[in-house]
Ligand binder design. Structure first.
Ligand code: DP6
Length: 354
């Protein structure tokens, strides 16, 4: 049963895909062409905090993102917000919600803000509605808001299996190894641009599937790498994990580039990061770092703690020349969790953000 006029607050974090999702087989249900794998980042470094209150006094839903009241009539936001209605239907509730969500990192610049935002929203709404669904079910709901969001429902190394059922009931995320399996692993988030991306992932991947003559080989190639990635991670074989993640990122960006018209997210600084990582790996005689890029110019350079200083040294000329704006280092994180009342973002008396 929906719990009225009580504030629920949760935190969640983005995930970074090592094997990428770029293409759907069903646009409406958000079913992918291939399985993907990600690492959930630590919420102490990148975090979404979301508070929700359901109230009989509300005539319609209200949503504040990063302090700004959102217009809920737009197509994009409605598609993402559909997760709220899916959960309300499951709870047989028609109570309207005030939702306040803050990201402590730039929104829509290829840093997986929508994944983190939707996973956290689904997680906290489920509790406010008194549903308490298992995480697997929550990942199916989150997937329908944004595909990559389903992977932020768990910590550690997470797989989104593509599934085969037309209904999408077998297309969900699951944890493969928890966040403590490989504590040596770290992710350096290398920020070169804070701009919003020009082509949203959703439109970009549709364009790739529709127009790219090379796309046909992508699903099988990603699926093969998916299995190899799980095996390499199981062995904690960093050389192989890094090789696989760089190959998959490069394959996805090559597909973006050969889409008609081409989609280019990488910029000069992104290529300079690739060069620096390639040179470092070359001089070490094996991969001690691996880069990956989503739909944006910013990079995630993954390495082991013992190599962190070497990686930062390799990137330091770009930091000095301001080509890199900043680097944040994250451990591997846990899935979303509920927070206490003191973390609430909602002023209940005035029904608005503090
Ligand atoms: C490049 O999950 O944002 O980050 O399902 O249309 O909402 P929609 O797309 P989205 O796409 C993410 C694409 C990616 C790769 C990845 O995270 O796997």
């Amino acid at each position: 049963m929906a719990i009225l006029d009580k504030i629920f607050t949760a935190e969640g974090s983005p995930n970074i895909a090592l094997i990428k999702y770029w293409g759907k087989r069903d646009e409406k249900r958000i079913l992918p062409q291939n399985s993907s794998i990600s690492l959930t980042l630590s919420s102490s470094v990148l975090k979404t905090t979301t508070s929700v209150v359901l109230s009989k006094n509300l005539k319609h839903d209200i949503f504040y993102l990063d302090g700004v009241k959102q217009d809920l009539s737009g197509k994009d936001i409605q598609e993402r917000f559909s997760v709220v209605d899916i959960l309300r239907r499951k709870a047989d509730s028609n109570e309207k919600a005030l939702i306040v969500s803050n990201n402590d990192f730039p929104t829509a610049s290829g840093m997986a803000s929508s994944a983190s935002g939707i996973a956290t929203l689904v997680y906290v709404m489920d509790k406010a509605l008194g549903l308490n669904l298992p995480e697997k079910e929550l990942s199916i709901v989150a997937r329908q808001g944004s595909g990559s969001a389903c992977r932020s429902m768990f910590g550690g190394l997470v797989a989104w299996r593509k599934g085969t059922s037309p209904s999408g009931g077998d297309s969900y995320a699951e944890q493969i190894f928890d966040e403590n399996y490989w504590p040596e692993l770290i992710d350096n988030i290398v920020v070169v641009s804070q701009e919003r991306k020009k082509v949203p992932s959703r439109a970009g991947m549709l364009q790739t599937v529709k127009t790219n003559p090379l796309y046909g080989s992508r699903p099988a190639s990603a699926e093969k790498r998916f299995q190899k990635m799980i095996n390499a991670y199981r062995r904690r074989d960093f050389d192989e994990v890094a090789g696989l993640m760089m190959a998959d990122s490069n394959e996805m960006h090559a597909l973006m580039m050969s889409t008609i018209p081409p989609i280019r997210y990488l910029n000069k600084s992104s290529y300079a990061i690739m060069d620096a990582v390639d040179e470092l790996n070359h001089s070490e005689g094996r991969n001690i770092a691996g880069y990956t890029f989503d739909a944006g110019a910013n990079s995630n350079v993954i390495t082991l703690k013992k190599y962190k200083a070497k990686v930062l040294r390799a990137l330091s000329p770009m930091l000095e020349s301001k080509e890199i704006l900043y680097i944040k280092t994250s451990m591997i994180g846990h899935g979303p969790k509920m927070l206490g009342e003191s973390s609430s973002l909602i002023d209940l008396k005035r029904m608005r953000p503090f």
